[in-house]
Design a protein around this ligand. Structure first.
Ligand SMILES: [Zn+2]
Length: 277
């Protein structure tokens, strides 16, 4: 499908009752630039052959343009799978975060992978440039790519189309969201889920959601609640399903880590137990 003048994508859908549950709203692989000039591909999906085949078929539909580079948003398996096959077919360079470069060089071979500097631009065809914005938080090696003229962001897993993102480091993640909000995007092309038309509003909504949660965690602490489990009970609805409860616990923990990093909260180890009974 064609998303705008210089953005094309193939949408990969999975059975939502099995593997697809990992990717609400499916996955997008983007081709950016001018098919008559040259193009850049964003991410390479899961390593399954069926995925790579769909990407190759879409590439054929585009008329097999020259691919000048593949840019990677981050090193999770559902974004760098099939990279070996696709890089070999396109004979192009792979660009990524400096932290991811050693792993990808190990996978793809010496001289194939080049690390990006923060704010470096990658030239796609048709006069389009993708500017690399380092956006850690979902993962330390995460990059979002921005087309300044069109105000489009390729957000990887930092912003998703149909759900909220999982976060490894919330302090970094919030800073990354501020970076993305500052770009005032019209359109966000996420790694998973629907294309987002009101980009800036979506980023601001993400920021608001996390800020409200943080306030709830702080007021729970103020009321004397002091364990992750009790905070979950305080902050989330009482009848949270068991499997959602552990996700809620992880989420509360990322908030407590952030508040600890900021010096607003300290961890106390006040209980002891015997090592051997
Ligand atoms: Zn992903």
């Amino acid at each position: 499908m064609q998303i705008s003048k210089n953005i094309y994508a193939t949408h990969i859908e999975e059975d939502s009752s099995t593997f697809g549950a990992m990717h609400p709203g499916g996955t997008h692989i983007y081709f950016v630039g001018d098919p008559n000039d040259h193009m850049v591909m964003v991410d390479s999906g899961e390593p399954y052959r069926s995925w790579t085949k769909q990407i190759q078929d879409f590439y054929s539909e585009l008329g097999k343009p020259r691919i000048s580079s593949i840019v990677v948003t981050h090193g999770h398996g559902d974004h760098i799978g099939g990279l070996d096959r696709l890089q070999e077919q396109f004979g192009c360079i792979v660009r990524c975060h400096p932290k991811l470069e050693p792993l990808l060089t190990h996978k793809l071979g010496e001289g194939t992978v080049k690390k990006l500097r923060s704010k470096e631009s990658v030239i796609a065809g048709g006069g389009v440039k993708l500017r690399a914005h380092f956006t850690p938080g979902h993962e330390a090696d995460h990059i979002s790519y921005y087309i300044p003229g069109d105000k489009v962001i390729f957000s990887g897993d930092t912003i998703l189309g149909n759900s909220s993102s999982s976060v490894r480091n919330l302090k970094q993640y919030m800073e990354s969201l501020e970076t993305l909000a500052g770009l005032k995007p019209n359109l966000i092309c996420p790694g998973h889920g629907q294309i987002i038309k009101n980009g800036t509003a979506r980023v601001e909504g993400y920021i608001r959601h996390r800020t409200e949660r943080e306030e709830q965690v702080l007021s729970a602490l103020k009321s004397g609640v002091d364990s992750v489990d009790e905070i979950v009970t305080e902050v989330y609805s009482r009848n949270l399903r068991r499997n959602l409860r552990s996700a809620a616990g992880r989420n509360v923990r990322t908030h407590l880590d952030k508040l600890t990093e900021e010096g607003l909260v300290e961890r106390q180890e006040a209980t002891f137990k015997l090592v051997k009974g």
